[in-house]
Write a protein that binds this ligand. Structure first.
Ligand SMILES: Cc1ncc(COP(=O)(O)O)c(C=O)c1O
Length: 338
């Protein structure tokens, strides 16, 4: 079988997860009667130190719900220009929430407090209302880099001083917490609402959680229904999420070690890797040939990956990539780059 480094989203549910799915107690979640979903929402919220949680189909839905819940049509929200919410969420924020995104340049995904403060609109008949500030941790396009708690807190304080809501796309927040040696709730304390994914490095088949204050989650639940995301006996999907939160998040350091080993090996083989950005489970690097050629030759050797530019490649490590796989990938890269 191929070694799949395209994303941590390719992870398949573990045997324990499949057993839990079969045994899950379920009910109609639109009536609030699915006990497994209720347990997952409570557990996710408690883990993040928030009042309430909402099980959603995807990270994209969680992020969009935060905007729909907080903003009015014609509002503006501010975020760093490489964020997933700006690049990869099909402009749902514009199309469905009617909200304008204002982007700011950042360094490894982090904008400066000064730039944020300067971008917040004053009252003027010509201006939209700035309503929200968003962060991403870890930062996908920056290469899985981590925002420290201090960076999050400083930006959050500046945003909140101006009356903004702070939302964090924490699709990989557990990777950030593991890197920092912090509790997830310490990072979540820097944000009003937070989305985190169960279906990436944590290997659950479906789903994310949106967490925040109780009244915010109540309103988000209604918007989820509006989007067609009101699920019924979906406890079968929430059951693996519980295992993701209980045990899978605790093994992410292994993925980080494998990513580091891969990156060091790639650098030795002559690929261009900025080692400072290799903090979690994502490695971005340049190769001295067209990315498409590199990927084809890699696939012929049983390794799948994605291109991120004309000569740039991304590898993502995860639960299904072992240390032996890392050696095999490096051997394949060695042949191609020789
Ligand atoms: C940083 C980040 N946010 C949000 C998402 C969206 O998650 P989903 O694919 O579940 O919609 C992703 C997916 O890769 C992501 O990397």
């Amino acid at each position: 079988m191929a070694i799949d480094l395209r994303s941590d989203t390719v992870t398949r549910p573990t045997d324990e997860m499949r057993r839990a799915m079969a045994a899950a107690q379920v009910g109609d979640d639109v009536y609030g009667e699915d006990m497994t979903i209720n347990e997952l929402e409570e557990k996710g919220a408690a883990l993040m130190g928030k009042e309430a949680g909402l099980f959603v189909t995807s990270g994209t839905m969680g992020n969009l719900l935060s905007v729909l819940t907080v903003c009015q049509r014609g509002d503006e929200i501010i975020m760093e220009e490489q964020m997933h919410m700006f690049w990869y969420e099909v402009a749902g924020i514009a199309a469905l929430a009617g909200v304008q995104i204002r982007t700011l340049p950042g360094i490894r995904g982090v904008v400066s407090v000064v730039a944020l403060q300067a971008a917040i609109r004053s009252e003027d008949i010509h201006y939209p209302q700035t309503r929200m500030f968003c962060m991403e941790n870890t930062h996908n396009r920056a290469g899985g880099t981590v925002m420290t708690r201090e960076q999050m807190q400083d930006l959050s304080s500046a945003a909140k001083q101006a009356g903004l809501w702070v939302h964090t796309d924490g699709a990989r927040i557990f990777n950030a917490a593991v890197f920092l040696g912090a509790e997830p709730r310490e990072l979540a304390a820097c944000t009003d609402s937070l989305t985190f994914c169960l279906s990436k490095g944590l290997a659950a088949p479906v789903g994310s959680l949106l967490v925040g204050p109780r009244d915010f989650i109540l309103r988000a639940r209604k918007y989820r229904k509006m989007l067609g995301g009101g699920m019924r006996q979906a406890g079968v999907l929430a059951a693996p999420g519980l295992i993701a939160l209980d045990s899978m998040r605790l093994r992410l350091a292994e993925d980080h070690r494998n990513a580091r080993k891969l990156a060091e090996g790639l650098a030795r083989l002559g690929a261009e890797v900025d080692m400072d950005t290799v903090q979690t489970n994502i490695i971005r690097f340049q190769v001295p040939m067209a990315a498409g050629d590199f990927l084809r030759r890699l696939a012929a050797r049983g390794v799948l990956a994605n291109a991120t530019g004309p000569d740039s490649i991304r590898f993502v490590t995860h639960y299904e990539v072992s240390q032996e796989d890392v050696d095999q990938v490096l051997a394949a890269c060695g042949e191609i780059l020789a």
